[in-house]
Design a protein around this ligand. Structure first.
Ligand code: NAD
Ligand code: TDX
Length: 348
């Protein structure tokens, strides 16, 4: 079963876990990682598989239409798993255009290039990785399902919602063999420390204030990144063409409860007195348009494809903290330079 699979965004957080899984589990596939290495892309994330004979890295930008057409024509992929994106909500509030160009235009360029080479696409697949944020915000009750109406609230989620619509339109209009999944918040090793969990771990480690937005009452549904990667593997191989699957952890946490829990865990790991890290919590101005609650109903994925998350949150969080504490070099490398400017600008 020799197949060429392009994974975009494979140097990023989730992409690196997907690359590792595919390189290791599918030795017959040729895996090509296409990534432009923005601030969020880091080849160290996949160093352990970089020498594998079935893996290749190509540096390239999905917003460069001519490049993408050449790349797809040269590569002739059988499948594309599309993760490359601008992914941070706070950055989208400051610079919406980057989200529009990468997340919407970049996705359309890829699909146009695939239409050129997939003339009879019976065994091909374009798999678009998306987010539960496209559904907007829940109140205290209820869950997002695959049929929840789209209601994106941030420039990030608006760009992902738009790209989802384009992907479905290419299925309906051109017969492009697509599949989409919408996942809840991921956490785990290699996540860039602009996102809640790694930012808090990094700040606790360095005794810096822990910036909780608003009253800390917003709720997110957290899923360990390797469980997302296992769902992606399953949907890529077994999901039905044209369908959408929601992926979630059934693991809702109020931000402030999560930060408190992380403080207690890190007090133990760092040999601090219980309660020391909690003193660092600082309530700061709320995020503009901050969605109150996300929660996923992943029944379709469970019932049709048999997927289950493998890790309990407490276990996944401990693995994550251990990874950050034993990868000081990684954290140091990504938080030096530009990160300091980012931090000053966003948290001043
Ligand atoms: P990330 O920001 O860690 O990584 C994004 C990767 O895409 C980086 O390697 C970056 O270099 C690359 N990239 C960005 N712009 C590019 C361009 N123009 N051309 C080529 N490569 C480019 O993101 P992540 O958290 O790993 O998210 C991956 C995907 O999963 C995104 O599509 C995101 O919307 C989606 N998603 C993320 C989460 C989450 O909790 N992080 C949840 C659900 C869905
Ligand atoms: O410093 C912070 N303080 C804080 O209170 C940060 C960075 C975040 N927060 C809050 C905002 C959110 O309620 O924590 C929650 C999680 O924030 P993020 O980690 O920025 O994630 P979120 O905005 O929920 O979006 C994430 O999940 C869905 C990813 O960034 C998206 O890429 C994904 O699609």
């Amino acid at each position: 079963m020799n197949k060429t699979i392009v994974i975009t965004g494979g140097a990023g957080f989730i992409g690196s876990h997907v690359i590792r899984r595919f390189v290791k589990n599918y030795p017959d596939y040729q895996i090509i990682n296409l990534d432009s290495l923005t601030y969020a892309g880091n080849l160290n994330n996949i160093e352990d598989v970089s020498k594998s004979s079935n893996y290749k890295f190509v540096k390239g930008d999905i917003t460069d239409r001519d490049f993408i057409f050449r790349f797809i024509a040269d590569t002739q992929p059988d499948g594309v798993i599309h993760l490359a994106a601008e992914s941070h909500v706070d950055r989208s509030i400051r610079n919406p255009v980057a989200f529009l160009t990468t997340n919407i235009l970049g996705t359309v360029h890829l699909m146009d290039a695939l239409r050129e080479i997939w003339k009879e696409p019976t065994d091909k697949r374009f798999y678009h990785i998306s987010t539960d944020e496209v559904y907007g915000s829940l109140g205290k009750e209820g869950y997002f399902t695959e049929s929840t109406a789209y209601d994106p609230k941030s420039p990030y989620s608006a760009s992902k919602a738009s790209s989802d619509h384009f992907v479905r339109s290419y299925f309906n209009t051109f017969g492009l063999p697509i599949v989409i999944s919408n996942c809840s918040n991921n956490y785990g090793p290699n996540q860039f420390p602009e996102k809640l969990i790694p930012l808090m771990i990094n700040n606790i480690r360095h005794n810096k204030p822990l910036p909780v937005y608003g009253k800390g009452e917003n709720i997110r549904d957290w899923l360990y990144v390797e469980d997302h990667a296992s769902a992606i593997d399953l949907i890529f191989h077994k999901g039905k063409t044209g369908e959408t699957y929601n992926i979630g952890g059934e693991n809702e946490w109020k931000n402030i409860d999560l930060v408190n829990f992380l403080c207690q865990l890190m007090d133990k790991k760092l040999g601090r007195n219980s309660g020391d890290s909690e003193k660092l919590i600082t309530y700061v101005t709320d995020r503009a348009g901050h969605d109150l609650r996300y929660a996923i109903e992943a029944e379709k994925l469970r019932d049709e494809l048999g997927w289950r998350p493998s890790l309990q949150f407490e276990e996944g969080l401990e693995k994550t903290v251990d990874w950050y504490l034993s990868n000081d070099d990684w954290l140091e490398a990504v938080t030096s330079g530009d990160y300091q400017n980012y931090y000053q600008e966003y948290y001043k």
